[in-house]
Design a protein around this ligand. Structure first.
Ligand code: FDA
Length: 316
């Protein structure tokens, strides 16, 4: 039997790479207002405002300047500069102490795909962002992109951690390799954000069935919670959130030795409930003009998100 939601997911992930569809959607006059549910705005000030509002309700934040897959050095430098300006603005607003607001960085946005020295350039840009984060008293987490970049991203992580041991990374439970990566990274001082994974990946490297991804997520969580690192449980899935809490209790973890994470605009009541009960909840805030790829991945995850977008287009 054909699984309609799986077909929709694959289709949307395919479209997330289409420049033609991107240009139509970006130019639609109503898109921006609909996107606001997931992306608070284009400017640094919009991200700082959103982080301040979330801080006022006890939530931590990690902020992503949107952009990915750049093949243009000037663009990669501009992204680095945007992060430097963001960290300075967050610090001025008093939001960075103790890592309350940190930043998330996609290496492909700071040069990883540039021909020749891409990985080296991305490493240098990430290093400058880490230096600014250190000055502001906060941390940096490296996002994880499609599987062709996993080794390169983990290599950059290793190099950055020599100078900045608090740099974290995302691991994706849908990849077959991730349980082993969790074992490697479950050591003291290591920060790992575990998510399911948002890209279109082949069967040769990734679990395809939702149940298999969920089972892998639990196996990875067990490794991270039993280890000495700092697990960051990035999921909106009520079952996984509950299992994470039970595993943390089983291993006698204090509330400040791990955290839950969700995306801006998704399950906000649950975010508040978790923060209100005394656990740490961090919200991932994307901002900037390059929201197309991000939005398409959110729509691919959940038909309700697609309906929200289409309804917005129809009623505006
Ligand atoms: P999934 O999408 O399978 O949903 C499971 C259940 O959660 C649903 O059945 C429903 O009950 C509930 N739910 C989900 N969305 C809901 C909604 N809108 N409203 C109400 N209930 C909802 N990916 C990646 O590849 N690289 C990365 O670097 C990151 N980074 C990242 C950071 C953070 C902080 C988060 C939270 C996520 C990421 N991701 C990511 C995205 C991640 O891989 C994944 O695609 C999404 O989190 C969706 O997966 P869930 O675990 O939420 O479950």
């Amino acid at each position: 039997m054909v699984d309609a939601s799986a077909v929709l997911r694959q289709g949307l992930l395919q479209l997330s790479k289409s420049d033609q569809v991107r240009s139509v959607i970006e130019k639609a006059p109503v898109s921006r207002s609909v996107v606001k549910r997931f992306v608070p705005g284009d400017a640094t000030a919009d991200a700082v405002r959103a982080a301040g509002e979330l801080a006022a309700t006890g939530r931590l934040t990690t902020i992503d300047y949107l952009g990915e897959d750049t093949l243009d050095l000037a663009q990669a430098q501009a992204t680095r500069d945007a992060y430097l300006a963001l960290l300075s603005a967050l610090s001025d607003a008093g939001l960075t102490q103790g890592g309350r607001s940190e930043v998330s960085v996609k290496l492909s946005a700071v040069g990883q795909y540039l021909p020749g020295d891409g990985e080296k350039i991305a490493l240098e840009h990430a290093r400058e962002i880490c230096e600014a984060a250190a000055r502001a008293g906060t941390t940096v987490t490296l996002d994880m992109e499609d599987h062709t970049t996993t080794d390169s991203t983990l290599q950059v992580l290793r190099e950055l951690r020599q100078d900045f041991p608090w740099v974290g990374a995302v691991l994706q439970a849908y990849l077959h390799r991730t349980e082993a990566d969790c074992r490697d990274l479950a050591a003291a001082g290591s920060r790992v954000r575990l998510c399911k994974g948002a890209y279109k990946e082949p069967e040769s490297v990734a679990f395809q069935a939702k149940e298999d991804v969920d089972r892998s997520y639990v196996r990875c969580l067990k490794v991270l919670m039993a280890g000495e690192g700092y697990p960051m449980v990035a999921s909106h899935d009520p079952r996984l959130v509950e299992i994470a809490g039970a595993l943390a209790a089983k291993h006698g973890r204090a509330a400040d030795s791990f955290e839950y994470q969700m995306l801006y605009g998704i399950r906000p009541e649950e975010q508040r409930r978790i923060a209100d009960r005394g656990d740490q909840m961090r919200v991932y805030i994307p901002y900037g003009e390059e929201w197309y790829g991000y939005l398409m991945r959110r729509m691919a995850e959940r038909p309700a998100n697609t309906m929200f977008f289409l309804r917005g287009l129809a009623t505006k």
